[in-house]
Design a protein around this ligand. Sequence first.
Ligand code: AMP
Ligand code: TRP
Length: 333
Amino acid sequence: MARVFSGVQPTGDMHLGGYLGAFRHWAADQHEHDSFFCVVDLHALTVEQDPAELRERILSTARVLLALGLDPDVCTLFLQSHVQEHTGLAWLMECVAGFGELRRMTQFKDKSAGQESVSAGLFTYPALMAADILLYDTDRVPVGDDQRQHLELCRDLAQRFNHRYGETFVVPEASIPRVGARIMDLQEPTRKMSKSVESPQGTVLVLDEPAVIERKVKRAVTDTGTDVRYDPVHKPGVSNLLEILGAATGRSPSEVADSYTGAGYGQLKSDVAEAVVELLAPVRERYAELSADPAGVAAILAKGAAKASDVAAATFARAKEAVGLVPPQGGRR
Ligand code: AMP
Ligand code: TRP
């Protein structure tokens, strides 16, 4: 069975982009793989967080993942900060990564642009991400398109390490869906949908009420003209709606477009709204149930961390030994 690992930042409300680009594939494929999913709470600290808010977001992220179908009897769900090897291996990765290659990361450039102060953690973020993945001998990393560059770096670091110190890590592959890997903002369809809420009306949240989803979709910015056609360059708004409907119903956006010959934007929007409500309504319901059971969620995360720690400890010990560090006497790691 292939080993799968992926992570999500607990830095905001989870949205339709992450759901269609990543999370729903995690849930759909969990039975076919040995899957580890991680709420990357340490990554959240790369930008300033309010402690009380962060605590709540970490737990709410875990609840959403369970609500959308991750089954703790099938996959391993845990919090990054519960498994200490993540920061340990991140250091080894930082010592293999080059300053120049980290500086080229577009996520770093985007997040640091215009900021008064930028943390060193934001800069080394991809080294921690590589550690997350490599600790689990991961074969496949299901992510959205925006993580492609980080995954390439992770592969480079794994290969460089193996070349320098001998075969230590499995070199992972990104698994990016053909449809839905880059959902755009409904109000600004040339920008990806994201949780930085400059235009909350352009982001459908996984926990939005049906009426709110409907309103956001119906007010989505469309393009000049009236024909429904898949053309991301000239018709970014309509193409994004086709992408969403395609991802929600298992079709390609062009296939979806074909079924709208002669129909207008209005029909397309109602169908998108209906499909998204249908996808997300059950998640909202299960989320409410899980919110009433904090002890149950804590127990799931504890079990996940114990299982993840076993795997991570073995890999970290192997990596430390490979670089020439001396194992502690008595086997304590
Ligand atoms: P994040 O919430 O930024 O930690 O991202 C969680 C997962 O969702 C990652 O695999 C991202 O690549 C994916 N993702 C985030 N935004 C989008 C988007 N607009 N479209 C598709 N996938 C996305
Ligand atoms: N950087 C990812 C994001 O912003 C989150 C992440 C951290 C991750 N570690 C990971 C994703 C390991 C996949 C694998 O979405």
